[in-house]
Write a protein that binds this ligand. Sequence first.
Ligand SMILES: [Fe+2]
Ligand SMILES: [Fe+2]
Length: 260
Amino acid sequence: MHIDRRAFFATLGTAAAVSAMPSETLADALEHHMMETLDDETAANELKVRRGAGTLFGGPAPNSTTSPELHKLEPMPEHPTLVDFFKYRFAPATHVLQSATDALKKGEKEELILACLLHDVVLNLIKVDHGWWGAQLLEPYVPEKVSWGIRYHQALRFFPDSAVGYEYPELYNRIFGKDYIPTPYIKRAYEYARNHKWYMEARMITVHDLYAFDPNMHVSLDPFIDIIGRHFKQPKEGLGYDNGPVAHMWRTLNFPDMPL
Ligand SMILES: [Fe+2]
Ligand SMILES: [Fe+2]
């Protein structure tokens, strides 16, 4: 712990007063000062937002305890497309781009590549229960299998499936703690998905997820523009303005600084 000598002696009074102090009194004062400073430092490191807050709202990265610097956001076009959201609100979107790149390289179907590309974009809005939120955000615009897979990838990631090479991620020991046991509703969602005909749609999202935390892999949205064009139903009014059931969620991503 760093002690600012000048600040410490300033708490004790004049130089004459300090030199007149018995050394025991000085030691007590120092200990007291250190305890107070430590309290201040701990308070400064505490999160100013809940951990489940979306990244655009100052939420922390899942494995960190610090919030990101909030920078001024560029205004979005009048009729924003999904690509605009990637560019202006989700960027750099490294994790989802790496995940989709892995799916593309391994020759997955286009719908699964799209699912990988979109599986975590809702983390910009909210982190808690992101599978369900993410599926809801995307449901009106993507094939049903895609949103289904996104909904259940959240539960499946806690449960290994060695048949497809999916083991419990080491990263989760750090995020959730070593002895973490998924809550009963997550286990029920897993069991439901495990027995569903679309199980693999969600499972493969978790598989490509494992190859999407590489700090050195450079990625771009370019290889996915045509896939988005073929499978994402872009509303002509723009995302947020189609009067659909989740338009307000897209507007919230568009205008995260609105006070009410
Ligand atoms: Fe996820
Ligand atoms: Fe992910």
